[in-house]
Design a protein around this ligand. Structure first.
Ligand SMILES: [Fe+2]
Ligand SMILES: [Fe+2]
Length: 214
């Protein structure tokens, strides 16, 4: 019993391994102080890790868009051949050409990032284009109603692209990727124009024609 009498917490010997560890940390801090002449930043490693995780998230977003844009190069011709109104056909045709440029801009971005151009399947874009194909199947060929359906589906595509490009532009700014951000801006403005053009075609002409159809 007697031996426990003296084992109060204040009497405990310091843990030797703790003492060594603390000593090493203090020594490292002193060494860093001497190197830089300023207070050491103990969270440097954590910052570096989170910044590369963010960069990876950004690159992943580019891969997602790369899949989406390539998919649209294949999907848009189907919409073009299903459309009737000449204004709609020419709007989709010119956006198909722009979409091919969007693909090459993303390849340029992969190069700037020092990454291989790899596409990551974009389930969202696959779903939106499938929905568009479904609308074409469910509507009569040569009708304004089908054209309205094509516009609705195409605007969903544009809005997905606008959301994706806008988010990545914001992230490019955070990561200091100025040149990459500028390239993304060029595409974003074309997506916005395509969306506005589709709204105008629907609002000025096709929706009214479709309303008159039986
Ligand atoms: Fe695009
Ligand atoms: Fe687009």
């Amino acid at each position: 019993m007697m031996k426990y009498k003296y084992l109060r917490s204040s009497d405990r010997l310091p843990n030797p391994s703790n003492a060594v560890h603390k000593h090493q940390i203090k020594q490292n801090i002193n060494m860093k102080k001497q190197e830089s002449g300023t207070e050491p930043k103990l969270s440097t490693k954590t910052n570096k890790d989170s910044s590369s995780a963010l960069q990876e998230l950004f690159t992943d977003g580019i891969r997602d868009l790369y899949w989406a844009e390539n998919h649209l190069v294949k999907a848009l011709p189907k919409m073009i051949s299903a459309a009737t109104a000449s204004k709609l056909v020419s709007a989709l045709e010119s956006h198909l050409e722009e979409t091919k440029t969007h693909v090459s801009r993303l390849e340029q971005i992969f190069e700037l990032l020092g990454e291989k151009a790899i596409a990551k399947k974009c389930d969202a874009m696959e779903g939106i284009t499938k929905e568009g194909e479904g609308i074409v199947e469910e509507t009569e060929p040569g009708t304004a109603t089908r054209d309205v359906g094509i516009i609705l589906a195409s605007q969903k595509v544009e809005h997905y692209e606008i959301a994706s490009y806008s988010g990545l532009i914001q992230l490019a700014t955070t990561l200091g990727l100025t040149e990459v951000g500028d390239i993304l801006e060029e595409t974003l403005s074309e997506e916005k124009n395509a969306d506005t053009k589709l709204s105008d075609i629907a609002g000025n002409e096709i929706n009214y024609k479709a309303a008159e159809e039986a």
